[in-house]
Design a protein. Structure first.
Length: 215
């Protein structure tokens, strides 16, 4: 398919000491049915062997870029990824979550259908805890006017695909250790149009480390 080269997608992945988890996230990008992408991994000061894990993937995949910075927080890492990105549209993938294989293709088809707008696209996600999977439903017709409720129902920034132009005057707030994604997309969705893809395209993983932080 030659037409799928019309859009370069930039996937920004911040990471910190997740060498034991990051491989599945990276593999979910490599296995995408849509091929025109770049994965920008911003290592926010990891002290484990994250760099080695990523370098093993880079040996056979030149679309993966690794950048190391001193520990400044997840927002700083995401902002750097945005700055270094080359794509027309940007998505975010945490180092413990993963995409389903048609994630990029479905966004591509919807973006083309809407004639490449400057705005935000979103999909539905699956929440995974161990072997249990919950398919999060969402009635976007009702939720579009209630951004706060939208975020409470979807606790991951990976559901969004955003035009890079949106980030020209909008960045993640580095003052916040939690809720930085809510703060940014709350502002963005007030200003820009939201387009909904009624399909499950990504998985938000709850593991022991996250569950301990939530308790």
């Amino acid at each position: 398919m030659n037409s799928d080269q019309e859009i370069l997608f930039s996937i920004v992945m911040p990471t910190y000491n997740r060498a034991q988890m990051i491989s599945k996230s990276i593999e979910s990008v490599i296995s995408q049915s849509y091929n025109n992408w770049e994965l920008i991994i911003v290592d926010d000061g990891s002290e484990d062997n994250t760099k080695h894990v990523v370098s093993e993937f880079q040996k056979s995949e030149n679309r993966i870029h690794y950048i190391y910075q001193e520990n400044r927080g997840r927002s700083s890492a995401r902002n750097l990824g945005i700055e270094l990105s080359n794509g027309k549209y940007i998505s975010f993938l945490d180092d413990d979550d993963y995409y389903l294989e048609n994630f990029l293709m479905e966004f591509y088809l919807e973006i083309v259908k809407e004639n490449f707008p400057i705005g935000v696209f979103m999909c539905k996600q699956i929440e995974e805890t161990g072997i249990k999977k919950v398919f999060k439903d969402l009635d976007i017709g009702n939720e579009k006017q209630n951004i706060i409720k939208l975020f409470f129902k979807n606790s991951s920034v990976q559901i969004f695909m955003t035009s890079k132009k949106v980030f020209e005057n909008n960045k993640f707030e580095c003052r916040f250790e939690i809720g930085e994604d809510f703060h940014l997309f709350f502002r963005i969705l007030i200003e820009f149009d939201l387009y909904f893809i009624d399909k499950y395209l990504c998985v938000n993983v709850y593991h022991k480390e996250i569950l301990c932080q939530m308790n």
